[in-house]
Design a protein around this ligand. Structure first.
Ligand code: PMV
Length: 347
């Protein structure tokens, strides 16, 4: 009986924001809308085994990460369970074993919260479906995104692909602060199969956790302007995605990346999350773009690594440039070739 015990496995990708989420209200409500490319290669695979237990007031679970017991992940998951409990009241009726692994190396500086929390949310939804087989696929995906958001905001953009919007925007009907939705408008062929090569500049632990980072936007002198700007950038991006205007696309996403870092540099306390090699890579990309006329660009998340973005039809020359000139700036020459993907899969 699958309501007594069983196991579900999901593989869920990371995502990279083009318009950044930075700043939130209570209950993981974003201050501005964001949009991301779902990735393909950077994924977390999670198996959630469950067995009925005496109902009690405690959550009961073990975490096994890449084959080893990992008690240090428990507080984060405990917090996640506490936040979602009202929406999935069966959590305290089961004992869980959460076995999880990433396709990208641990402590590569790639945040596993988006892929990890979305994979776990999907496994929990599979139990809900076992208990209530009538639920539809769209309800399943929307609620998985809703639950993932409560684990880590950006995780709500990892359930589906290939372009996902999270946060209410006046021109995007159906957009919501509560869950990610598929980008509903026309997307030019230039953006199909877009590449993202992730250059691992600094594999250390994050200097600033995203929780701390989002909180720095409270009482930040430029916060309100930033939230207005993100909304405007979304309006511009809708047009750019339709027309395929790659030059404006590049200007928009590079500005978004630098603004994210500018917010951290101008908060109190302030942080510089780029490393010298981050700047060397950015300057090399700009010089190469000018000289080659290719549409290679970059974005950043809240760290020193660089995501190098380029369209499919220019991939060969861009990869050659990355290998010849940029990989030298990576820690131990380490980089990951990724591209736009289509969302999580049940295994
Ligand atoms: O999901 P969080 O709380 O880890 O925040 C992620 C924020 C950024 O990655 C910097 C931007 C984004 O929109 O993904």
């Amino acid at each position: 009986d699958s309501t007594e015990k069983g196991a579900f496995t999901w593989s869920s990708p990371s995502n990279i924001a083009l318009i950044k989420y930075w700043g939130k209200k209570e209950d993981q409500i974003p201050e501005n809308p964001s949009i991301s490319f779902t990735l393909d290669a950077c994924k977390t695979t999670t198996t959630l085994s469950y067995s009925k237990k005496e109902s009690s007031n405690l959550f009961s679970f073990e975490v096994i990460f890449e084959g080893k017991k990992h008690d240090d992940f428990k507080p984060k998951i405990e917090t996640f369970f506490r936040r979602i409990e009202v929406y999935v009241p069966f959590l305290k009726e089961y004992h869980f074993i959460i076995e999880t692994s990433n396709t990208f190396p641990h402590s590569s500086g790639i945040a596993s919260s988006a892929s990890g929390m979305s994979a776990l949310a999907l496994c929990i939804m599979s139990i809900e479906k076992a208990l209530n087989p009538e639920i539809t696929e769209s309800y399943f995906n929307q609620k998985a995104s809703f639950l993932a958001r409560l684990g880590s905001g950006s995780a709500c953009r990892s359930i589906e692909g290939d372009l996902i919007v999270w946060g209410n925007h006046k021109h995007i009907e159906g957009s919501s602060d509560l869950f990610g939705v598929k980008y509903p408008f026309k997307v030019h062929n230039h953006f199909k199969n877009y590449h993202d090569t992730i250059l691992l500049v600094d594999k250390g632990e994050k200097q600033v956790s995203s929780t701390v980072g989002h909180n720095l936007m409270h009482n930040h002198d430029f916060a309100q302007q930033r939230f207005i700007q993100a909304n405007k950038n979304m309006t511009t991006l809708i047009e750019v995605l339709k027309t395929g205007d790659l030059n404006t696309f590049i200007e928009l996403i590079e500005s978004e990346a630098l603004t994210l870092h500018a917010m951290m540099m101008t908060s109190r306390p302030y942080f510089i999350l780029m490393k010298p090699n981050t700047l060397k890579i950015i300057n090399a990309i700009w010089a190469f773009r000018k000289q080659s006329g290719l549409h290679i660009s970059f974005t950043l998340d809240a760290g020193a690594n660089v995501h190098v973005l380029y369209p499919e039809n220019e991939a060969e020359q861009c990869i050659e440039f990355i290998q010849n000139e940029l990989v030298a700036y990576c820690q131990n020459g380490h980089y990951i070739c990724d591209r736009i993907g289509f969302g999580a899969k049940q295994l």
